[in-house]
Design a protein. Structure first.
Length: 575
């Protein structure tokens, strides 16, 4: 029997911030506070949106490990019309089944700007067949349109956008074809998960970080059981992890791989989520990665494409008890009281991780103080994002949940395969309050949740959400805040130099009502997914902005006047 899986299924507290006795006695600080006034209401807009998609995972009686994982999504503007489009990553059926079933294809939906979409997968070449995991979008070749990188169980795809038509150029570009070797020396394609674009070497073009998961083929699938007879889905601790890879852009459409870590043997991960942030304020983006049953990574940039892995010495590798959790989705943001924080979703029985960066560059677990341990201990969390959903000026936290074992209720009656997503309203004192019951019936419907992407799909200024389901259809949840309880906002859309057209890596600081708000233009984050690169700043009832400052990826810092709010401000870096 897989004892680690059993412990997770039984919601043990072994990986919590507290001992079992402490967990039985403690209440989160916000438990005794009055209920919050959360004004964001979400409506399932999928039926009228034009999105007709179902995720294929190849599920069979064999219960193979990859069937539990997919998949991701991304909001992007692939045709440059200023309206958000939607990429949905799909899986496929297993070749060995021999059954005549829908093989599954990825899909691209062109947005009309009002929350509705049209399927353009076939004419754009995006209807590819691949056992896909996640995606990351950026204009890596600086030709003016957004390209896509797809991670997969098998060779990855680098889908170059040439005027609205996509073509896989991974092989010629030198990315996405990593191999691991079994005991007989036979090569196998790597299984990759999270990916993100960033300028890793400071030359102003975009490089690529790709996370590895674990060594797996159907032939080495491990039989796992909880009752001695029936197979259940295994957890990855029984498999050998794979290293992440960093590909540096040569500027001619090709890449060269650069080492990651401290010059020692290759890092062994099992990464499911990755995010970028300039944690030490040196103008270079660092990388944090959530690992599944392995210590988390923190890659500190040393410049020129060099990174040192400092997860253990900085304190983000383990929980407060020195244990590695089953990390899934990840995001970074700035909160009052705590400053820069990293949020990570974990397995059932492992509450959400929230690390604040303290003095000296170390990370400290602050989930308990923030009020997140009790409400996040039971669910199994995948997608995760820090967003200002109600535009009150404070970041909220939204998580997408769903178990990996379809028959979990058979073994644990109070657990479910499909689980409700959750939203936590951010407070001025740095704590969170569970306001899921105020976010609307459609938001709280149980789903086998996986990916989470975000963006203003209907152009009303608030942030809408897209949740993917493993083996099911996605849910496009339209935020009705501006219809029911309008609040002020400012959206900032940055345009960088030719080599980095969307200014990936820029830091924006906005001051309003005497308080600073900060955000970075990033790709990646969440779980296998990506949100829009336009930044949304909630202003609440404040009707003016005192100062807006941008530190561009080049290092130049500029202050810009803001004349009028409740709009999208497009800023160009000075040539």
């Amino acid at each position: 029997m897989n004892r680690r899986l059993l412990a997770g299924l039984l919601l043990a507290c072994a990986a919590c911030d507290l001992s079992p006795d402490q967990a039985a006695r403690v209440q989160d600080p916000v438990d005794e506070r009055p209920s919050a006034d959360f004004r964001a209401q979400f409506e399932d807009f999928t039926p009228s949106s034009g999105i007709r998609f179902k995720h294929v995972n190849g599920a069979s009686s064999e219960k193979l490990l990859p069937e539990t994982m997919g998949s991701g999504a991304a909001f992007l503007d692939y045709d440059g019309d200023g309206k958000l489009d939607l990429m949905l990553v799909n899986g496929t059926e297993w070749p060995q089944t021999g059954e005549d079933r829908d093989p599954g294809r990825c899909a691209l939906y062109r947005g009309r700007g009002d929350g509705s979409f049209e399927d353009v997968s076939r004419q754009t070449g995006m209807d590819v067949e691949v056992y896909g995991m996640g995606c990351a979008a950026a204009d890596y070749d600086a030709d003016g349109d957004v390209d896509l990188y797809l991670t997969a169980l098998g060779d990855d795809l680098l889908l170059r956008n040439d005027g609205g038509t996509f073509r896989d150029v991974a092989a010629s570009a030198g990315v996405g074809h990593g191999r691991w070797f079994d005991s007989q020396g036979t090569p196998h394609p790597e299984w990759t998960t999270a990916a993100l674009w960033l300028d890793a070497d400071g030359d102003q073009d975009l490089d690529l970080f790709v996370a590895g998961y674990c060594q797996w083929t159907p032939e080495i699938e491990i039989f796992t059981t909880l009752n001695g007879t029936d197979k259940v889905f295994s957890t990855p601790d029984r498999y050998t992890g794979l290293p992440p890879r960093l590909y540096l852009n040569r500027g001619d459409g090709t890449f060269e791989e650069a080492p990651l870590g401290n010059g020692e043997e290759a890092l062994t991960g099992k990464t499911l989520g990755a995010a970028t942030w300039d944690f030490d304020g040196d103008g270079r983006l660092d990388i944090v990665a959530a690992n599944d049953t392995r210590p988390n990574f923190y890659f500190r940039s040393a410049g020129e494409g060099r990174f040192s892995e400092e997860g253990i010495p900085t304190g983000i590798a383990y929980d407060a008890n020195g244990r590695a959790r089953a990390g899934m989705g990840i995001d970074v943001g700035v909160l009052p009281q705590w400053g820069t924080v990293v949020g990570i979703g974990n397995f059932a029985g492992e509450p959400l991780s929230l690390y604040r960066r303290g003095e000296g560059g170390t990370f400290h677990s602050t989930a308990l103080q923030a009020g997140l341990v009790s409400p996040t201990n039971r669910p199994l969390t995948f997608g995760l994002a820090l967003l200002d959903l109600d535009l009150d000026g404070w970041l909220d936290l939204v998580v997408v949940n769903g178990h990996i074992e379809p028959e979990i209720t058979r073994y644990l009656p109070d657990q479910r395969h499909a689980q409700s997503a959750q939203v936590f309203q951010g407070r001025p004192d740095g704590t969170f309050v569970d306001v899921t019951d105020q976010a609307g019936r459609d938001f709280a419907l149980p789903r086998v949740g996986r990916g989470l992407a975000w963006g203003d799909v209907d152009g009303d200024g608030d942030i809408d959400l897209l949740m993917t389901q493993n083996g099911g259809s996605p849910a496009l949840l339209r935020n009705r805040l501006q219809e029911t309880h309008p609040r002020h906002f400012l959206r900032v859309d940055l345009r960088g130099p030719r080599t980095n057209p969307r200014a990936i890596g820029a830091l924006v600081s906005l001051r309003a009502d005497g308080r600073e708000r900060r955000a970075t233009v990033r790709t990646g984050s969440s779980y296998l997914s990506q949100g829009e690169t336009t930044l949304t700043f909630g202003l609440g009832d404040v009707d003016s902005v005192e100062r807006l400052e941008v530190r561009w990826p080049s290092g130049a810092t500029r202050t810009y006047p803001v004349e009028g709010i409740d709009r999208t401000l497009v800023l160009f870096e000075d040539p």
